[in-house]
Design a protein around this ligand. Sequence first.
Ligand code: SF4
Length: 228
Amino acid sequence: MQILCNENVTEKLYTLYNQLLAQHGDRKWWPADTPFEVALGAILTQATSWRNVEKAMDNLRNADIFTPEQIASISQAALERLIRPSRYFRMKAQKVRAFVEYIEKRPMHVMFTQDVPELREELLSIYGVGPETADTIILYAAGKPSFVVDSYTYRLFSRLGWVEGRYDYAKLRALFMDNLPHEVELFNKYHALIVRHGARVCLKKTPMCQECRLQASCAYYNSSEQES
Ligand code: SF4
């Protein structure tokens, strides 16, 4: 993946943030009540929509299987059944189990005493925790500044003409980490706004450009306007 916006990146990122803020209002993300719930959602949302995660979370909640201890007490088959709506449920059940077993020995609040680089490295060493899941846990469960990027971020930045080529999580994340102050509140709201924009406006198949405040600076919109 190539980064195409190499000049005044901080200014561009703030402009984008303010445009998204003007369009969607102040937003916060991640919908969870406990750090473990954040981690659970972050694992279950891998390669699926949040809507599917909500169904799996509802199943767990309704079955009263929502804490690490409760998850550890049920069979793998039962866990798979409960999280089935999140897709790839067999693999995800293994990942959830691996995470639960890990935090039994080393609780999350102990892990969270570390600084971001060490915490990130530890999380990435746990089976099933990739960069997006690790950053989600760091930002939303630990409350430490690690920017989360995802397919919404990549789609938006590709369409704006800021990046091109294959999705590269590390490079896209570095764009934010290297050019914005490391502030939890800013990272939280920025990611929330990008998720909102990707889910409601800059849709995968049919982006709703007529409703978008980013038109003027969007390469995709400007090239499709010229064609029509
Ligand atoms: S103008 Fe269209 S393609 Fe560009 S960011 Fe907005 S919705 Fe997406």
